[in-house]
Write a protein that binds this ligand. Sequence first.
Ligand SMILES: C[S@@+](CC[C@H](N)C(=O)[O-])C[C@H]1O[C@@H](n2cnc3c(N)ncnc32)[C@H](O)[C@@H]1O
Length: 228
Amino acid sequence: MPTRLYPHSASPRIESDSEFLTAFRDHEFDKDFPEHIYEQSACHWTPMDVCQMAAEWLVEKPGTRVLDIGCGPGKFCAIGANATLGYFTGVEQRSRLVKAARELLERHRITRAEIVHGNITTVAFDAFDAFYLFNPFEENILPMLRIDHEVEMESRLYDDYTLHVQTQLERKPLGTRVVTYYGSCAEVPECYECVKTAYDGTLKLWLKTRTEVNDDVQPAPCRFPHLI
Ligand SMILES: C[S@@+](CC[C@H](N)C(=O)[O-])C[C@H]1O[C@@H](n2cnc3c(N)ncnc32)[C@H](O)[C@@H]1O
């Protein structure tokens, strides 16, 4: 049974410790994480300026509910909630990262963000309006990207998780927004169109523009060849 996640009931207000967003550079922000998480920042956690732009692209209006698919130590959720009037939920499978993410939100008194400990396959996407992904599943197929040994890694899991996200995103209404940072973007179904990019094309905003594949249209180049 999928976990259902509901947004917070309080009305949106920026009320947290916003200084950290404007005053700090990435390495200063990351220094507050435990050493093992700080060391992985450059490779695995989204830089602050990218978090801010991605959040602004995703939050169309106050109260937009954003899901960070594989939130790590919560950097995107914390900065996104601070920079916009959206509600941010991060789902993360590794317990040590969940702990660090919850501590981060508490330290900066961020109330419009929450962290769920679990696998993305247990999350119902109907509780969310917009979605963020930074390479969540690639470590299953690229051993050099492996974060640690806390969870199982297998190429079959890459396929399972990617297909799960594709299927969930396909069911969302027209106009649904997804932002991807790096990655193959295989999780984004063909009914979404890339409408904006930044950071040399590594940050992409996708919009759901079609409800189903039109047979008259030439198929787009396959972004996920090993599922065929
Ligand atoms: C590259 S990190 C990105 C973290 C964060 N979104 C950011 O941008 O800073 C990807 C994260 O996804 C998590 N992850 C991978 N597969 C997952 C799954 N099936 N369910 C939940 N979390 C997952 C990993 O543990 C890792 O923390």
